[in-house]
Design a protein around this ligand. Structure first.
Ligand SMILES: Nc1nc2c(ncn2[C@@H]2O[C@H](COP(=O)(O)OP(=O)(O)OP(=O)(O)O)[C@@H](O)[C@H]2O)c(=O)[nH]1
Ligand SMILES: [Mg+2]
Length: 749
């Protein structure tokens, strides 16, 4: 069934009555095709009711140029308009409803409901209600169909809030000039007032004056065939209804803001009709809110759809890397969505508009929040990577440059904060401060672990340096053991260590190690260094004996001018004197070395606040003391070791002394003058040649010469020399004393 004729539309037809709902799609199409979709809220609706076949459609067509069907007496009789038809004034924003005539003969009994429903629908929709009556029917209560007015007025009060004044215009048709207008007007107003009095009213309208809710006018029209007059009078009425310049314009104070947007009318009417036809209670303002809700919801979705692409784009970008000015981009998308929403939703019910606008904002913010989480993740990752890369590079740099480099790296934290600040659309909304705190913590922890690792490596190097320095200090003392042995070690160690200590402390503070930890580090450093010193001393103590022996030899064997002593020229007493002098000296040195414990006393470290932020110590006052306490594990030279060294040393010294005495007594051969040896050779040479002729001499000599030649050939030059030395020593020490001993004995006897 075609319901849409382009210029008019069958709003409530048989199907709408049966189904109790409107065909909304058809209505939407009509609204589009009839060109009334663009009128927004600036419109009025006028409807007409009255008895069947009383020229209602004829009047509407005459007034508004509409094309409602009218009865053609030649062709048909009876009901023409069924249900409700809708059309529009051809020039003005007036929507016209043509309503089925009441007291329809076609409607069977019991179908009065249909009349009431259609009339109620017309009243619910209309701002102006034309009641069409014939002059000659004015006296008959039923025939002028005021009973239906009673029903719909009653329903109207009950169901609809009276938020606008409704205009009721009685149009008295076939007016006769002789008729009394005042009388007719009084009578019609009287009817309405009676109805108003009779109908049961809800509490809030009990005391309300009828005129506060309704404006009643009575307009007369001549018989329609008196065309000229009829046209004049209908024109006058038309002007009253449509021309806002007309002094009698009925909608001059009309609040158009309360209207439903015309484009939403299909939904609005469907809702109203559903309620009316189902006989449900109908609340007009709620319906308006309902329709605002629906439309604003739809517009909100359109707005979300409008920015969908931008959202996706932002989401994709933030997935691969953090986005610069993320917050600003979110704000731009938000503004665009708001603009789209505002454009269409602005005219709807203000509270609904605001509520949906807030929903739109919240939905977008929720979406942005999920992006923001990714953005934060990306920012954290990026800046952490920057930190790791930089720390990796720092590994190659000197540790003393670290404090400055770490200060530079702090800029990364600031940058992260700035970037995160630029990633929000409202300060504090997404708790960015928590992310900043967390990031700072992570950043500081990473830096701290790095610093600790660097410090551990550095400490090892430092320990090695300390060890080698201690080695130098101790060795220099061991090479020349003196009375100042321990004192000098103390002084040298203190000087060396203080310097390292200060540097280490400055470094620790520069590396932002906490004060408590700095103390721990320094204490450990002190302990380790001292341990190293003790170790070095312990190792060096192995050289004490040899060194002391060397020192003894240096004094005993050599004279003050450094020349070796000539034992032959010295008396035994003199030799003993030198011996005991050197021996006592060396043993007294050994007594000094007997010190068993090296301990240190550290004085309280004074702390001064020097710079604005940095705490710098005024320098440690450490005192090292080497004492002879025995109640300690830190023993350098224990009792057993000391005794052992002393014994060995004494033994070696005594051997040296014996040696000297022997040399003093036995170096007789060396005292024979060299010319004497030549003289002897001169007189003996012929005997030697003779002995050479004897194989008993020649062959041993040849064997010895061959042995020497062989040793030289295989590179063992020193072997023959050693062999000769041994032979001569044996002869010197055993044979010659035997001979000369015997001679002297003989002399003595
Ligand atoms: N006497 C009289 N007849 C009229 C007047 N206007 C129209 N008619 C006639 O009344 C008949 C019904 O006209 P419609 O305009 O169809 O009347 P209606 O009230 O719309 O009829 P339904 O739609 O069937 O309720 C037609 O034959 C018209 O010629 C009028 O002013 N006076
Ligand atoms: Mg009609």
């Amino acid at each position: 069934m075609i319901k849409n004729y382009g210029d008019r539309y069958h709003l409530i037809d048989k199907k709408a009555l049966e189904d109790k709902k409107l065909d909304r799609d058809q209505l939407v199409q009509f609204v589009k095709e009839s060109g009334i979709s663009e009128i927004g809220k600036n419109y009025n609706i006028i409807s007409i009711i009255g008895s069947q076949s009383t020229g209602k459609s004829t009047l509407l067509n005459q007034l508004f140029g509409t094309k409602f069907d009218v009865q053609n007496r030649q062709q048909s009789v009876g009901q023409t308009t069924v249900g409700v038809w809708i059309s529009k004034d051809i020039q003005n924003n007036i929507v016209v409803l043509d309503v089925e005539g009441s007291d329809s003969v076609e409607r069977k009994s019991g179908e009065n409901m249909v009349e009431n429903q259609t009339a109620l629908m017309a009243l619910a929709m209309s701002h102006c209600f034309i009641i069409n009556v014939f002059l000659n029917a004015l006296g008959q209560h039923t025939s002028c169909q005021l009973s239906i007015i009673k029903i719909i007025m009653q329903q109207n009060l009950k169901l609809f809030q009276q938020d606008t004044v409704k205009h009721i215009i009685f149009v008295v048709r076939d007016w006769d000039e002789d008729a009394n207008y005042e009388e007719a007007s009084r009578r019609l107003n009287g009817y309405l007032l009676n109805i108003w009095k009779e109908i049961p009213k809800p509490d809030q309208y009990r005391e309300t004056d009828f005129n506060q809710l309704f404006r009643v006018q009575v307009v007369t029209l001549v018989y329609y065939k008196m065309k000229k007059e009829f046209a004049e009078q209908t024109n006058e009425l038309h002007s009253k209804l449509t021309n806002n310049q007309d002094p009698n314009f009925i909608f001059s104070n009309f609040d158009y803001e309360k209207n439903v947007r015309w484009s939403d009318m299909p939904q609005y009417l469907s809702n109203i009709w559903e309620v009316i036809s189902n006989n449900k209670d109908l609340n007009l303002p709620n319906e308006k809110i309902l329709i605002s809700n629906m439309r604003c919801q739809q517009i909100k979705l359109e707005a979300l759809e409008g920015v969908k692409q931008l959202n996706e784009d932002l989401q994709n970008r933030v997935r691969s890397k953090y986005v610069d000015h993320f917050g600003q981009e979110c704000q731009t998308i938000m503004n665009l969505a708001k603009k789209i929403y505002d454009k269409d939703a602005r005219d709807y019910h203000i509270e609904v508009y605001k509520e949906k606008e807030k929903e739109l904002k919240d939905e977008l913010i929720n979406k942005f929040f999920s992006f923001f989480q990714k953005q934060t993740e990306q920012l954290k990752q990026y800046y952490m990577e920057q930190l790791t890369d930089n720390l990796e590079k720092l590994k190659k740099e000197s540790i003393y440059d670290l404090p400055d480099r770490l200060n530079e790296l702090d800029l990364l934290k600031v940058e992260f904060e700035e970037q995160l600040g630029k990633s929000v659309i409202e300060v504090g909304l997404w708790h960015e401060e928590d992310h900043i705190r967390f990031f700072r913590q992570q950043f500081d922890n990473n830096t701290k672990s790095f610093v600790e690792a660097q410090l551990a490596a550095f400490k090892q190097q430092l320990d090695n340096i300390i060890k080698s320095e201690c080695d130098k200090i101790v060795s220099s003392q061991v090479l020349n053991i003196s009375q100042k042995f321990w004192l000098q070690i103390e002084i040298d160690y203190y000087t060396m260590f203080s310097d390292k200590y200060k540097k280490y402390e400055t470094l620790l503070i520069g590396l932002r190690v906490q004060q408590k930890q700095v103390e721990d580090y320094l204490n450990k450093f002190e302990e380790d260094s001292f341990y190293n010193l003790k170790q070095v001393i312990a190792v060096a103590s192995g050289r004490f004996k040899d060194q002391l022996f060397q020192q003894f030899k240096a004094q005993f064997v050599r004279a003050a001018d450094g020349q070796p002593r000539n034992w032959q020229k010295l008396t035994e007493e003199e030799i003993f004197h030198f011996y005991s002098e050197s021996r006592d000296k060396v043993l007294s040195l050994l007594e000094i070395l007997r010190i068993r414990k090296v301990k240190f006393i550290k004085q309280q470290v004074a702390i001064k606040q020097k710079a604005k932020t940095q705490l710098i110590t005024s320098g440690p006052k450490i005192q090292y003391q080497i004492s002879s306490d025995t109640d300690s594990d830190d023993i350098v030279l224990n009792e057993v070791f000391y005794t052992q060294i002393k014994m060995q040393l004494s033994e070696d010294i005594d051997v040296q002394y014996q040696d000297a005495i022997q040399k003093h007594k036995q170096d007789f051969l060396q005292n024979i003058p060299k010319p004497f040896w030549f003289l002897l050779l001169f007189f003996m040479y012929d005997d030697v040649l003779r002995w050479m002729g004897n194989p008993l001499f020649l062959y041993p000599i040849l064997i010895i010469l061959c042995f020497i030649g062989f040793c030289i050939a295989i590179g063992l030059h020193s072997l023959p020399k050693l062999a000769f030395q041994w032979v001569f020593r044996t002869i010197n020490q055993a044979v010659i004393p035997l001979i000369f001993g015997g001679i002297s004995k003989l002399k003595g006897s």
